[in-house]
Design a protein around this ligand. Sequence first.
Ligand code: AMP
Ligand code: MG
Length: 517
Amino acid sequence: MHIEFDNTFLRELPGDPEAGARVRDVQAAWSRVDPTPVAAPRLLAWSPEAAALLGLGRDDIQAPGTVQVLAGNALLPGMQPWAGNYGGHQFGNWAGQLGDGRAISLGEALGAEGGRWELQLKGAGRTPYSRFADGRAVLRSSVREFLCSEAMHHLGIPTTRALSLVGTGEDVLRDMFYDGHPRAEPGAVVCRMAPSFLRFGSWQLPASRGDTGLLRALTDHVQRHHFPELAERGEAGDAEWFAQVCERTAWTVAGWMRVGFVHGVMNTDNMSILGLTLDYGPYGWIEDYDPDWTPNTTDAQGRRYRFGTQPQVAYWNLARLAQALAPLFTDAAPLEAGLQRFGAAWAAAERDMVARKLGLERCRDADLGLYADLRGLLRAGQVDMTLFFRALGRPGAAATDTTAFADAFYDADARAQVESPLRDWLARYAARLADDALDAGQRSERMRRANPRYVLRNWLAQEAIDRAEQGDPSGIAELLEVVRRPYEDQPGRAHYAQRRPEWARHRAGCSMLSCSS
Ligand code: AMP
Ligand code: MG
């Protein structure tokens, strides 16, 4: 396997004078630390599309030496492993220095089609930022991150990518629900890829320390490599850069709202400066439609990161980023203008989403109300979001009864309750369609490409995890195969498009997840 590296982050930003994993406060952007080797690495899954970005194919990935690199047991020439430093607001509170406690970046690979891909091993051992923890990741969480990164990409939503999933052959001790019952679980390492893993918290930490030099250096670095048209344009360039971060964030969160994705831990250290979906922890997918649902048991009390409030949380996080950037500006006006661009982008993205999900040529003002009313009915009727919208796009579905949606109901009583108002809604919708420029064929095509048939339902991931924990990783590749084409009807794969089975309703990993992974 040959990859060319060019490690601009290490070269352009100040680093920690000390190397190694001794836990410490670091007044710099990164610390050199090597992955800790693992006992018996085994390649469990890999993504052909992610590999192709690096110019790698099956032979490269399956070559015997490759798994050693993907496990952190060996380095390729040009790799210079480091852990990134950052802070963050966790659940609304400033947490100070956090940093990559279990992720180690190996280098910036030059992409086969240009660009750069930072390769990062998650679960690769202790770093200066591991605090009291072990720097490792368990198999179940790693399967979930690996699959969801690629699923999100194939849904067309900006995200970090996943190249590989490697079992370590070592156990990791985890107290899954923080209830004093730790158990030994198989460990794993995911190789993630992104143009950059910098996050809002990367700026917040130097800002909290009054380190304007590092703020400036980070900003110059990210502009130079990721917003080149804005680099070296002074305060106007910085203002436009922040506004574009706001816009990207709005469009990514709108993507989540379109497909029913709940991130679960939108702390500012998990918010990508490139607007990518970042850090797949206790995420989940909406099944019976409930805007108040969060999969994260750690957040069960306040439900800060529930599905319906993700846009507001994104805005709150951007406001924290704006505060961090304030020392780079002579007054607050450009940052306030940037935050307003979030509002404008969100409004545009929401209309785009409504038009696509309902199959309209464009979203008129009244259509926002039509969509809001539908959301209310989906909630009252406990209707499966994915199945409902997919069925709505089928020719003839917008007739006046609900039989086309029979598969999407979880509860007969809830269904009976909304039967009549849903019929009324379908009649309104049919009238609206009669007044739209798209013909039936165009409409169902538009809806087919906006409303996925397959999403990474929590119970599907759990089935693959259960099998993998028993020693059979083939369910991971099968599921990856399905989520590679989420908008296509795939013959013989009805299982993957089913509503949540009863066994999964209260099963840990399906309806409940914690940050402990
Ligand atoms: P997360 O909730 O995964 O975004 O992590 C929050 C912070 O905790 C980050 O600084 C992580 O690097 C750190 N962290 C999470 N799990 C571990 C672990 N097993 N070992 C070391 N650090 C961890
Ligand atoms: Mg994180």
